[in-house]
Design a protein around this ligand. Structure first.
Ligand code: ASP
Length: 323
């Protein structure tokens, strides 16, 4: 039997529905503790209750504590796999942060639930069981941080929450899952090509995310210049373009040496410097905007937070965002 660590951080998977009001919220006790005995046939299970937070309450500070706890526990207590339970709203951000910053290659799986523990069709225990199976699988080693829900195995890099309430919410647009979990076992059908990790020890920068829209001008860019800002991610239009009036805002931030990373608000495809008109990708690239390689906005923000702990050299940042 593999020695597996389960770390609870909160989320719907650790909540209950109030039968009178219908409100779903955390209680005093995490209902997942009662489920631990049903996992003992699968692995040698050890449980750590790190946080009891809804995932909109997660911040980079908790992500860093979680990362440090995982690395320390793997090193000192020789766990062979780790499962993290987490709220689904920001699950992809935490999972991607762990993927970028954990050097160990033991399987690390993040899971959650769309229905709380006492609701009809609750998916929490089911997802937890699937995740323990994946974390115990030899094949899961070296594949980076994985996200397991609803019988599917996704990479932290590509997965995103696509539906507000459906249990099949976690999808990897364009790429799909890399494996499935069935009653008989864990089956991988793809492997990630490359994983680069960054050994940062702190998260001290302030990076914000803006979404482009038709008619966007420099108003928001002017407003954020008053903030203590270290970096900006813009979810641009299509292949990486902005409305012409927004380029003035981009230029003045770049002149202040604030790095700007461009992703697309389309959820498939990558940004490239294709268009030569005012606000088009070619002009943005020439101005020094960093083009990302297929990440969504919230994950590019996590990556820029991490990258800025390593360097603020534009060329090095651009290289990091090509991985
Ligand atoms: N709002 C909840 C959270 O992210 C949703 C969930 O866990 O599914 O904590």
């Amino acid at each position: 039997m593999k020695k597996i660590l389960i770390i609870h951080t909160g989320g719907t998977i650790s909540m209950k529905e109030d039968e009178k009001t219908g409100a779903v919220k955390p209680g005093e006790k995490n209902p997942l503790h009662d489920t631990t005995p049903s996992l003992k046939t699968l692995a040698d299970i050890h449980v750590e209750e790190l946080f009891h937070l809804p995932s909109p309450h997660m911040t980079p500070k908790e992500m860093l504590i979680l990362r440090n706890t995982i690395e320390e526990k793997i090193k000192k207590e020789h766990f062979q796999g780790v499962v993290i339970t987490h709220g689904t709203d920001t699950l992809e951000e935490t999972a991607y942060f762990l993927d970028l910053t954990i050097q160990e290659d033991v399987p690390i799986v993040v899971t959650g639930a769309m229905r709380s523990s006492n609701e009809i069709g609750a998916d929490g225990l089911y997802n937890l069981i699937s995740s323990v199976k994946v974390a115990s699988s030899d094949e899961a080693r070296g594949k980076g941080v994985l996200v397991v829900l609803n019988d599917e195995i996704h990479t932290a890099k590509n997965v995103t929450k696509t539906h507000t309430s459906n249990i099949a919410t976690f999808q990897s647009p364009q790429y799909g899952p890399i494996g499935i979990v069935t009653k008989r076992g864990v089956f991988f059908h793809h492997s990630p090509t490359k994983r680069v990790t960054y050994p940062i020890r702190q998260l001290s920068k302030n990076v914000v995310l803006l979404k482009a829209y038709a008619g966007m001008d420099d108003m928001l860019f002017d407003a954020i210049q008053t903030l203590p800002l270290d970096g900006l991610v813009i979810e641009a239009l299509g292949q990486g373009n902005l409305p012409p009036k927004a380029t003035k805002g981009v230029k003045s931030l770049l002149e202040k040496k604030i790095p700007i990373v461009l992703v697309s608000r389309c959820f498939n495809g990558i940004v490239q410097d294709i268009y030569g008109y005012e606000g088009g990708g070619k002009q943005l690239k020439e101005m020094g905007v960093i083009f990302s390689n297929g990440l969504n906005g919230q994950k590019a923000r996590i990556k820029l937070l991490v990258a800025l702990e390593m360097t603020n050299d534009d060329e090095k940042l651009q290289e990091m965002f090509m991985d």
